[in-house]
Design a protein around this ligand. Structure first.
Ligand SMILES: [Zn+2]
Length: 426
């Protein structure tokens, strides 16, 4: 029975999507819009109708882009004019680029790779559209497709580096410097999208950043005393949270015992009564049951939290071992960028960068071992080591074995290291 119902539901879904596709194709063929109107238009009797104020915006984007040939500048100038997205947000470069490329404005509807003459009024001249597309194409060519070019350099801190201002991700970018030399850097994603309007222009040369963080980890590996201190600090704060949590759990337990005692008394009372117990009593009994369920849920949640804290055992010896181990990997002659990208997230929780405004300096913060090692964390470190060690003549095995930590959940020391001092971007 269930099978048939599922099959029917599936059939119905396919029918619906088939009907939707047919309908969309029919609409496109008739020059009727598909989807919501972009900036510049509104819906009116199932067609797009120009919105005078937004039409002005679109013309402003067109003119400004053709004048400056820079999406960055369009985004900034539009912001200054008070132009925002429909949700009131800063328009991003992507959004402006989509507007500039959208054939809807020259009175076309595109569907499934085909374009149809639209039934709505165009608000951009074809000649202007052609010039915009040519310019976008040229710029794209000159700057290169960021993604394909970014592959020329292995950004080791990709996914680990955060913006010190908005705490958002920093993303790798490549641009062409003078003399056609590529310049690799990390930039705050938010700043990048909005030409620095929604966050500071927080960026950093990638090669410098990668070298600096690797150097920092290596240095730390040589400083047992420092690692010890970091672990002890972390231990103390973990122990404090554990103590508080355990106290809270004991209170909940006591309350649960009291709840059971009162509920039992109430039931005894009710069974001793000759008549039906009054509503108030029944109600109270239900209340006790409700509270019991709640308390039990709280108790199990707290239990989970406590065991999580207990598992992140903070052993100083293990911490320095793992750090030395990482240093061993970093220094290995056969280590590749892929190895490093695999290993680093297991030691470094995040790296935060905060560039000083109008200066080539900034501050790094490196957080280590915030997350415990997990067995399911992709390729294990041991594998990396074995791969490295299994060289053509198998040497290297011994030197790495000497500081191989256990690969289980316990091999972890949650600790946070503030990387001290300023850093010159050069
Ligand atoms: Zn930011």
């Amino acid at each position: 029975m269930t099978t048939i119902m599922i099959a029917l539901a599936q059939f119905e879904r396919e029918q619906i999507s088939e009907r939707t596709r047919e309908k969309m194709a029919w609409r496109a063929g008739k020059g009727l819009p598909i989807g919501p109107p972009p900036i510049g238009y509104e819906m009116h009797e199932k067609r797009f109708r120009p919105v005078p104020k937004e039409v002005e915006w679109v013309r402003f984007f067109d003119a400004t882009y053709l004048e400056t040939r820079s999406l960055n500048k369009v985004v900034k100038l539009a912001y200054q004019r008070g132009i925002r997205s429909r949700k009131g947000r800063t328009l991003t470069k992507d959004a402006v680029s989509r507007i500039l490329r959208n054939p809807v404005y020259v009175g076309l509807i595109s569907y499934n790779g085909d374009t149809f003459k639209a039934s709505h009024e165009p608000i951009r001249e074809q000649a202007i559209y052609t010039r915009i597309l040519q310019s976008l194409e040229r710029n794209n060519h000159r700057n290169g497709n960021g993604k394909s070019r970014a592959k020329q350099y292995d950004y080791l801190l990709q996914g680990l580096i955060l913006c010190g201002y908005c705490k958002g991700k920093m993303v790798p970018r490549t641009s062409m410097g003078r003399g056609g030399r590529p310049y690799h850097y990390y930039i705050c994603s938010r700043a990048d999208k909005t030409a620095g309007l929604d966050c500071n222009q927080n960026y950093l040369e990638a090669t410098e950043a990668d070298r600096h963080v690797l150097g920092y980890v290596k240095q730390l590996a040589l400083r047992d005393d420092l690692v010890r201190k970091l672990c002890e600090n972390r231990d103390a704060s973990f122990a404090e949270s554990l103590r508080t949590l355990r106290e809270e759990r004991d209170q909940v337990k006591e309350r649960l015992i009291e709840n059971r005692r009162q509920a039992t008394n109430l039931v005894k009372m009710m069974t001793r009564m000759e008549n039906e117990p009054p509503d108030a009593m029944l109600h109270q009994s239900q209340e006790f049951e409700r509270e019991k369920t709640e308390l039990e849920a709280t108790l199990s949640r707290m239990g989970e939290e406590i065991s999580k804290l207990e598992q992140t055992s903070m052993r100083v010896d293990m911490a320095s071992k793992t750090l030395r181990y990482l240093a061993g990997i970093l220094d290995h002659s056969r280590v590749t960028a892929d190895h490093l990208k695999d290993c680093l997230p297991k030691f470094i929780n995040y790296v935060m960068w905060r560039k000083e405004a109008k200066a080539h300096t900034g501050r790094f913060e490196v957080a280590l071992f915030e997350r415990p090692f997990r067995v399911d964390q992709g390729r294990l470190l041991r594998e990396v080591v074995e791969n490295l060690a299994a060289g053509p003549n198998g040497n290297g095995q011994k030197s790495l074995e000497s500081h191989t930590p256990r690969q289980n959940g316990a091999a972890c020391c949650p600790t946070r290291a503030g990387c001290a001092g300023g850093y010159d971007m050069g």
